[in-house]
Design a protein around this ligand. Structure first.
Ligand SMILES: C[S@@+](CC[C@H](N)C(=O)[O-])C[C@H]1O[C@@H](n2cnc3c(N)ncnc32)[C@H](O)[C@@H]1O
Length: 280
C-alpha cells in the first residue's frame, strides 16, 4: 500500500467502522457471513499496518529533532480536505492520534468538583491555527492550564522552538503525556501533576485554557494572570465556553495588528489575547 494514500485509508477505515463496527455484538439474525467478516478484518489490519508505517516514520523524524516536514505535509493535506466551516474532530485528529500514540489511561480519574470540566482534547486544527498565529520564539513558554493528555504542549514542542508546560490534576493523564514526550525526545515539553490553583505562572509567556473550569476557579486564575501581566507581557489563549468570560476581561486586548471585531468569543475558534502593557 502506498504511503501517499494515508488520508484515503483513514477515510476507508472510518467507513468500515461505520458499516462493520469492531466492538458490535452481532445478533443471531444479523451476524456477518464468516467469509465477509474475515475479509473485513484482513482489510482493516492491512490499512492500519500501512498507516502505522507512516506514523512511525513521522515519529522517527520528530525523535531526531528535525522539523517534521512529513507531519506538516499531512497536516496541510488534511486541512485542505476539510471545508472551511468544519466543526468538531476530523481527519487531522486521527493523524495526530496516530503520531502521538497514547496508551489507554489506567485507573479511575480523581473526582471533579462542579466547577471543573472533564477531559476533552482541543481539535487539532485549532491547535495548528494557534501555533501559526502565535509566532513563538525560543524565549516563549506555553503553559496549558488543565492539559489532559497534553496535545497542546506536545504539538507546540514538535512544531516550534518554544518550551511548553502542561499542568493537569489527573495523574493518569500526566503519566501518559510524560511518556509520549519521552518517547518522542521532546525535552522542551514538561508536565506537572498539580491543581492549576497551585501552579507557578511566573515562567510562562503564553497561557492556554480549553475551559478547564468555570465560576470561582476561573475567576481566581484570571485574577492571578492579571497579576502576572503587571510586571511583564503575557498572552492568553482560550477555547470553548470560558472564552466568553475571557473576552470580557478589560485588561486583555486583541493581538497587535488584529481588528477589534475579531476579538469576540467565537464558538469554534481559539481566542488569542494580549495583556495590556503594565495593566493594573
Ligand atoms: C477540556 S479539557 C482540556 C484538555 C487540554 N487542555 C486540551 O486542550 O487538549 C480540561 C482539562 O482540565 C483538567 N482540569 C480541570 N480542573 C483542573 C484544575 N483545577 N487543575 C488542573 N487541571 C484541571 C481536566 O482534568 C481536563 O483534563
Amino acid at each position: 500500500m502506498r504511503p501517499d494514500q494515508l488520508l484515503a485509508r483513514i477515510a476507508t477505515l472510518d467507513l468500515l467502522e461505520m458499516r462493520f463496527p469492531e466492538n458490535r455484538c452481532w445478533g443471531r439474525n444479523d451476524a456477518l457471513d464468516p467469509a465477509l467478516s474475515r475479509a473485513v478484518d484482513d482489510l482493516r489490519a492491512r490499512l492500519e499496518h500501512a498507516n502505522r508505517t507512516v506514523y512511525d516514520s513521522i515519529r522517527d523524524e520528530i525523535r531526531r529533532g528535525d522539523q517534521p516536514q512529513s507531519l506538516f505535509h499531512w497536516v496541510r493535506l488534511a486541512l485542505e480536505q476539510e471545508n472551511s466551516g468544519a466543526q468538531g474532530y476530523s481527519l487531522l485528529d486521527e493523524i495526530i492520534s496516530g503520531v502521538l500514540q497514547f496508551e489507554e489511561p489506567q485507573g479511575e480519574p480523581p473526582p471533579i468538583s462542579l466547577e471543573m470540566v472533564a477531559y476533552q482534547p482541543t481539535p487539532a486544527r485549532h491547535i495548528f491555527a494557534m501555533i501559526q498565529q502565535l509566532e513563538f520564539t525560543p524565549q516563549d513558554v506555553l503553559m496549558d492550564l488543565g492539559s489532559g493528555l497534553g496535545h497542546v504542549p506536545l504539538l507546540v514542542s514538535i512544531c516550534t522552538n518554544a518550551r511548553s508546560v502542561g499542568v493537569e490534576r489527573d495523574p493518569g493523564y500526566v503519566k501518559l503525556a510524560r511518556q509520549c514526550a519521552q518517547q518522542l525526545n521532546l525535552s522542551r515539553a514538561t508536565f506537572l501533576q498539580q491543581d492549576v490553583s497551585d501552579a507557578d505562572f511566573s515562567t510562562a509567556t503564553v497561557f492556554y485554557l480549553y475551559t478547564p473550569f468555570t465560576g470561582s476557579i476561573l475567576r481566581h486564575v484570571l485574577d492571578r494572570l492579571r497579576q502576572e501581566a503587571r510586571g511583564r507581557s503575557i498572552r492568553v489563549c482560550s477555547y470553548g465556553p470560558c472564552t466568553a468570560t475571557i473576552a470580557r476581561e478589560s485588561w486583555l486586548i486583541p493581538p497587535r495588528g488584529a481588528h477589534s471585531p475579531e476579538f469576540q468569543a467565537d464558538q469554534d475558534r481559539i481566542l488569542i489575547a494580549e495583556a495590556l502593557p503594565r495593566c493594573s
